[in-house]
Design a protein around this ligand. Structure first.
Ligand code: ADP
Length: 251
């Protein structure tokens, strides 16, 4: 039974590459404002699933809806981004030669002309949003610092901030803590948890300590395996699921 506040619907999705089903009859629902962790062994289909949501890959069959009215399978990548789905890839891609503030300014402007943006004055609403985001990502002390001089963790947070400037309803985050210190991981969990409610957030992650931290006692974790949902529920529930234990022991 599908709840009335579902934001993302993936139904009966199948994707084949040369006859191999990377996604095999996948059904998944993400609620509005939810923070969802997706785990699963290598090759489970996590990346392909994100590619379908963002329009990078077209499925062979199934449906994908964003809200009640937006059919994702009829849209290309830019239109899907425009509709409010932001994606953060594993590696940070910030403009190293620009300051933290300028990176956020550019992100706010989207793909308009770079120099006209940097020379334009922000209105008060825009400045307020920028300041709020800088605080959220914890870079208040680094506003004028060149992004290239930030730590790896800080670059990841800046990029999350840049995605937020586009006011996405859904944020897809791919392995955000790879290469981070424990302290940076904890800070990243806090940041992502603080985004939930205002945004829906889907996090694909391998680091189980981090997933445990993100999911807490109550949030839903989805385990993908061979292109479909193997198990779904709280972290303690999926960890005790014999099907999940078998798959992870077999890795
Ligand atoms: P995950 O992100 O969970 O590791 P992927 O979605 O990357 O899994 O891959 C799922 C399966 O689909 C893997 O077996 C992978 O080799 C295969 N696959 C993914 N993309 C392609 C592609 N473009 N061509 C052929 N096979 C692919």
């Amino acid at each position: 039974d599908v709840s009335h506040n579902v934001l993302l619907y993936l139904e009966d999705i199948t994707v084949s590459f040369d006859g191999f089903k990377a996604i095999n009859n996948l059904n998944m629902y993400i609620n509005d404002g939810e923070l969802r962790c997706i785990i699963g062994p290598n090759g489970a289909g996590k990346t392909t699933m994100m590619d379908i949501i963002t329009g990078k890959t077209q499925p062979d069959s199934g449906s994908a809806w964003f809200g009640q009215t937006i059919n994702l399978l009829e849209m290309d990548e830019p239109a899907i981004a425009q509709a409010g789905i932001g994606r953060k890839f594993q590696k940070p891609t910030v403009f190293e030669e620009l300051s933290v503030w300028e990176n956020l300014e550019l992100a706010m402007a989207g793909n308009r002309n770079v120099w006209s943006i940097l020379n334009a004055r922000l209105n008060s609403e825009q400045s307020a949003m920028l300041l709020e985001t800088i605080e959220l990502i914890g870079l208040q002390a680094n506003t004028q610092m060149l992004a290239g001089r930030l730590s790896h963790g800080q670059k990841q947070w800046l990029e999350i901030g840049m995605l937020l400037m586009q006011k996405p309803r859904l944020l897809l985050v791919d392995e955000p803590v790879a290469g981070m210190t424990h302290q940076e991981m904890d800070r990243t969990a806090e940041l992502l948890i603080s985004l939930a409610g205002r945004h829906s957030v889907v996090v694909v992650e391998h680091d189980m300590d981090f997933v445990r931290n993100l999911a807490g006692k109550d949030r839903t974790v989805t385990v993908l395996h061979q292109g479909s949902v193997l198990s779904e529920g709280t972290m303690s529930k999926v960890q005790q699921d014999p099907k999940v234990v078998e798959v992870y022991l077999g890795e």
